[in-house]
Design a protein around this ligand. Structure first.
Ligand SMILES: Cc1cc2nc3c(=O)[nH]c(=O)nc-3n(C[C@H](O)[C@H](O)[C@H](O)COP(=O)(O)OP(=O)(O)OC[C@H]3O[C@@H](n4cnc5c(N)ncnc54)[C@H](O)[C@@H]3O)c2cc1C
Ligand code: SF4
Length: 479
């Protein structure tokens, strides 16, 4: 065992410092400062190098965390990066936005022994950002170009990870996306203060330089049917994510200034990218000077409240029907929101929107938590005759997402879906019921996480390779 390791008793846990609250509310830049080299080394040296690394087991990508922590502690940063990137197509993205408290760090053995987890995510971010700065992240050099092609629908993390893996094997890749920019929710969902856009665009530029073809502003179902793409390519991957906003049917739902979360976040992200956004520029989708209410308790709701704060809202309240302990959002993001001045109204559920043309207030029911439901979480129950009214100039609904009706949209009525509307795939191969059509990411899992989308993209790429190899084998036999 390297003498550089096992320092968790002597060295305390330290995350990179956060920017001062007053300053960070003034802009959309990331809130965590970078580790300096010495800190990254020091924090990595806290790892106990356990025989059974629970961090690795609980990382969806099975990242070889103990080994890259050891390499970092020894100052072998290039080797650490090579190892980190061998299992993860975007380590610097995951290092920034994985809910580590629920994944790797939450299962770190030294966290369980009360010493505070190794700051795995921050080290992962550090070694990869450092690799970019040093020019160690380079386009793929294809040694053996192949003529077979794969069409990927969706350029979110699932599509991008699959594209990279397949391109490494020499296949011709085209990624179709209905947005004007590639990146999916990494660009238009997740705000800059969690993930600055240059981190995503430099990855996309790298994939372009690797020979991957991007066709933006191309909506499958409108610009081509799935069948047309099947004829054009030797395999297809559907990685379209989930975008149908969940609704609550309440009186007053049709009043102005009530928006779905993605409309609000996309407008804000587009402004950050320098686009002209009419509905933002005329004030409709801008929270400035408004009393904002966000309904929901997941990561999307946290992004909406914190975006509103940065847009200079007059007040920002988050209405959630359970309590803090039972919130689905990452606890790290909840405490960041609290620090930034968001008011959480726990155990409350919207009853009615009030107003003439525009929303003016929200009537809210008080909730108590009952017995656990089938998911094991305590069920919210409305308290009779216990309600209150909250002033609102703008309401953002962040209630989650469902899949769109892909069989209809794609003009492929025979494409099988589950009862939740996600695509039905073979668990082993990720192939749908249509031969040669595979699926990955949120469109098979439902709304999930970036790290799971990357994992799915990689797994689907492996299956697609096998599928294409069978085709190559057949055509060799015919020849
Ligand atoms: C606001 C918000 C914040 C989040 N924060 C986090 C976080 O902090 N950490 C985390 O791990 N996860 C987070 N997530 C979840 C994460 O972003 C998703 O799980 C992940 O992006 C899913 O990847 P994907 O590739 O499956 O789909 P997406 O990223 O949704 O990409 C799908 C792509 O498919 C394209 N597309 C859809 N239909 C068509 C069509 N018909 N034709 C052509 N293109 C099409 C879309 O334009 C999009 O670019 C967040 C999600 C949201 C909404
Ligand atoms: S990918 Fe996510 S879960 Fe895995 S080591 Fe990195 S931060 Fe942890």
């Amino acid at each position: 065992m390297s003498e550089k390791m096992l320092k968790f008793v002597k060295i305390g846990q330290q995350n990179p410092p956060k920017r001062e609250v007053g300053r960070r509310k003034e802009d959309f830049n990331e809130i965590y400062k970078d580790f300096i080299n010495e800190k990254a080394k020091e924090q990595s040296s806290r790892c106990s190098q356990c025989g059974v690394p629970f961090c690795q087991i609980h990382c969806p990508l099975s990242n070889n965390i103990p080994d890259w922590l050891k390499l970092t502690a020894e100052g072998r940063l290039k080797d650490a990066y090579e190892l980190a990137q061998s299992t993860n197509n975007m380590p610097e993205v995951c290092g920034r936005i994985c809910p580590q408290d629920r994944l790797c760090e939450g299962n770190c053995v030294i966290e369980q022994s009360g010493h505070g987890t190794v700051t795995i995510g921050s080290v992962e971010k550090y070694i990869t950002d450092n690799a970019w700065e040093n020019g160690w992240v380079n386009p793929i050099k294809v040694l053996n170009e192949k003529s077979l092609s794969v069409g990927i629908i969706g350029s979110g993390p699932a599509g991008l990870a699959a594209a990279e893996q397949l391109r490494k094997s020499g296949y011709q890749i085209t990624i179709y996306d209905r947005y004007d920019r590639a990146g999916g929710l990494l660009i238009y969902g997740i705000p800059n203060f969690k993930l600055e856009k240059f981190v995503v665009t430099r990855r996309i530029d790298l994939l372009k330089k690797s020979g991957i073809n991007f066709k933006n502003n191309f909506e499958v179902g409108k610009d081509a049917t799935l069948e047309e793409l099947r004829k054009k390519h030797d395999a297809i991957l559907i990685a379209t994510g989930v975008y149908k906003a969940r609704e609550i049917e309440l009186p007053g739902n049709d009043l102005d200034n009530i928006f779905p979360a993605m409309e609000f976040l996309t407008a804000s992200n587009k402004k950050g990218l320098g686009d002209k956004v009419e509905l933002f520029d005329n004030g409709t989708l801008n929270a400035e000077g408004k009393n904002v209410i966000v309904i929901g308790g997941g990561d999307t709701a946290m992004d909406c409240v914190r975006t509103s704060i940065r847009q200079n809202a007059k007040s920002v309240k988050c209405i959630y029907r359970r309590d803090k302990e039972n919130m689905p959002g990452s606890s790290r993001e909840v405490s960041n929101a609290e620090e930034e001045g968001v008011e959480f109204v726990w155990l409350s559920s919207p009853k009615e929107f009030v107003g003439k043309n525009k929303v003016e207030s929200l009537i809210v029911n008080k909730i108590k938590l009952g017995k656990p439901d089938e998911s094991g979480r305590r069920k919210p129950e409305v308290q009779k005759n216990n309600q209150f009214e909250v002033k609102a100039d703008m309401v953002i609904k962040a209630l989650g997402f469902d899949p769109e009706d892909l069989p209809n949209l794609f003009g492929s009525k025979n494409l099988s879906i589950t009862k939740w509307g996600t695509l039905k795939t073979n668990f082993d191969t990720m192939e749908t019921n249509l031969p040669g059509v595979f699926a990955a990411g949120d469109i098979i899992r439902g709304a999930s996480l970036v790290v799971w989308a990357i994992k799915d993209g990689r797994d689907a790429a492996e299956s697609i390779k096998k599928h294409l190899e069978r085709q190559e084998f057949k055509s060799e036999k015919v020849a």
